[in-house]
Design a protein around this ligand. Structure first.
Ligand code: ADP
Length: 489
């Protein structure tokens, strides 16, 4: 393992680059953030950690860069985004290996994330060239009513560890394309992906101060971001508890908060569905990043007559997964992020079993692998609705099957959640697809599909999942203020 690690070229990047990129240059600092490989527990790097003072300096740099950056023609703001897109693709393999080392996801999947994340850089470089505005009906011959959009100023972004590269590009690209400047704090578990991206942003030629990186302890940096009067917006992806805390602070200082706070996705399979397709898509949804995604299916609601058949198809597929170190060829499911995550997933499974559920496969550690790092892909049948897994976000490779008898019952169970991010529905009945799809209280609904994160589509939730939209046209509008001009001339 250590041989492999030495070959990765990642150490070079973190030693030379630090974790602190402010005003167009890398800075040194007294504190360091240690990066741990979730598959082995080995230290795979460390980066300079920002102090509160460094965070304030990053806000000042972004504030200073805003007037010139926002005044550039859109196409000139798009130019470094287009260069960054090309550079990310050139260095995709290196970025993917760093991501696997710090986050654990299998390296092919990591490269898929890097390439998908790069798409946001290009898409927003282009989208910013398109018109955004309206001219309204006026009240007299000399009056014109214009509705236009303008950038806000400094945007603070806080990203999670489960998509260490794409959550950064999905926020930064529209924010700076729109004319804002950015300070970013990535998750403390996964700073290497952020450091490598910022090496690329530097090379791509963003003017100093447009993009700033502060890795480090979350709380002191978060306080600076939410208190600094220059910061006009916080864009946050992470847990509900942290998001609500930060949003409350933003409210106190009059900042817009754009939140994406996780989910508890229902995955509804009707008896008329293509069960092979449903099993295939559910396996993808549950095993991608070992189930550690905010849109992972968290409750599998199955019409009772096909419960047994779907359970068998799923078990067959899930048993074929190869679990292990994400750098090993052929591994499809890596470790969970840390021991606490494994304990949480295990606790939910034990709770469901104690309430009468049955494990069709998995249900505990994996033979030959560290029980504090890996959890076996698991399918639970007969899961009662009062089991913790039926309401708590799992963030692990566990699919709990819950039976239903009617469309109304499926909908009632699906909507009984404080979350409202993603939902899935499998049926061959088009009328039902429309009826149920539209009645689901979720920001995103996939019919006969398990994927949702397309670059051109508005990713985001309702209810407790927050209401930010990322991706597509709406993802750009989230970083723009509306201005209405009434002009008499
Ligand atoms: P998770 O449980 O998935 O780690 P968190 O909400 O704790 O979810 O983390 C998401 C992001 O929020 C990470 O970048 C993390 O460092 C950051 N974060 C956590 N607590 C705070 C805080 N008090 N202030 C600012 N950022 C925070």
């Amino acid at each position: 393992m250590s041989m492999l690690h030495r070959d990765l070229g990642v150490h070079r990047a973190v030693k030379t680059a630090s974790g602190l990129y402010v005003g167009g240059g890398w800075r040194d600092g007294a504190d360091r953030l240690t990066v741990i490989d979730p598959a082995t527990g080995a230290q795979v790097g460390d980066v300079v950690a920002a102090s509160a003072e460094d965070a304030r300096a990053s806000v000042a740099a972004a504030h200073a860069a805003f007037p010139a950056w926002s005044a550039l023609p859109p196409d000139e703001r798009g130019a470094p985004l287009r260069r960054a897109h090309a550079l990310v693709l050139e260095r995709a393999a290196e970025l993917a290996r760093a991501m696997t080392l710090e986050g654990g996801k299998p390296v092919d999947e990591a490269e898929g994330e890097v390439r998908w994340g790069a798409e946001f850089l290009l898409w927003y470089a282009e989208e910013i060239r398109r018109p955004w505005g309206e001219i309204l009906a006026s009240n007299g011959p000399s009056q014109r009513l214009y509705v236009r959009r303008r950038p806000r100023g400094v945007v603070a972004c806080i990203t999670p560890w489960n998509f260490p590269s794409s959550m950064i590009t999905r926020k930064l690209a529209p924010a700076v394309a729109a004319g804002n400047t950015v300070v970013l704090k990535p998750a403390e578990q996964t700073p290497l992906s952020a450091v490598l991206l910022f090496e690329i942003f530097h090379e791509a030629g963003f003017p100093p101060g447009v993009l700033n990186l502060v890795c480090g302890e979350p709380a002191p940096i978060g306080e600076v971001f939410t208190e600094a009067p220059e910061v006009r917006q916080l864009s946050f992806t992470g847990s509900m508890a942290t998001g609500r805390l930060l949003a409350a602070r933003c409210a106190e200082t009059g900042k817009k908060a754009s939140l994406e706070l996780g989910g508890h996705a229902p995955f509804i399979v009707f008896a008329d569905a293509d069960l092979e397709l449903a099993a295939q898509q559910l396996t993808f949804s549950k095993l991608q990043n070992a189930g550690q995604t905010c849109i992972a299916a968290n409750r599998v609601l199955v019409e009772r007559s096909v419960l047994g058949a779907l359970g068998e198809l799923l078990t067959e597929r899930v048993r074929a997964a190869r679990i292990g170190d994400g750098l090993e060829p052929g591994v499809t499911v890596g470790p969970l992020i840390d021991a606490a995550a494994v304990a949480k997933v295990g606790g939910q499974v034990e709770d469901a079993l104690a309430r009468g559920a049955r494990a069709l496969c998995g249900g505990g550690p994996v033979d030959g692998l560290d029980r504090d790092r890996f959890y076996a892909p698991t399918i639970l049948a007969d899961v009662p609705l009062d089991a913790r897994i039926a309401t708590e976000e799992t963030f692990g490779p566990v699919a709990p099957l819950i039976g239903f008898d009617s469309e109304e019952e499926a909908l009632a169970i699906a909507n009984a959640s404080e979350y409202g991010l993603a939902a899935y529905l499998f049926t061959r009945d088009l009328g039902r697809a429309h009826r149920v799809g539209e009645a689901l209280e979720y920001g995103m609904v996939a019919v006969n599909d398990g994927a949702l994160g397309w670059v051109q589509a508005p990713f985001g939730g309702v209810k407790g999942s927050g209401d930010a939209r990322e991706g597509g046209r709406l993802g750009l509008e989230d970083y723009l203020d509306v201005q209405y001009l009434s002009v008499n001339f």
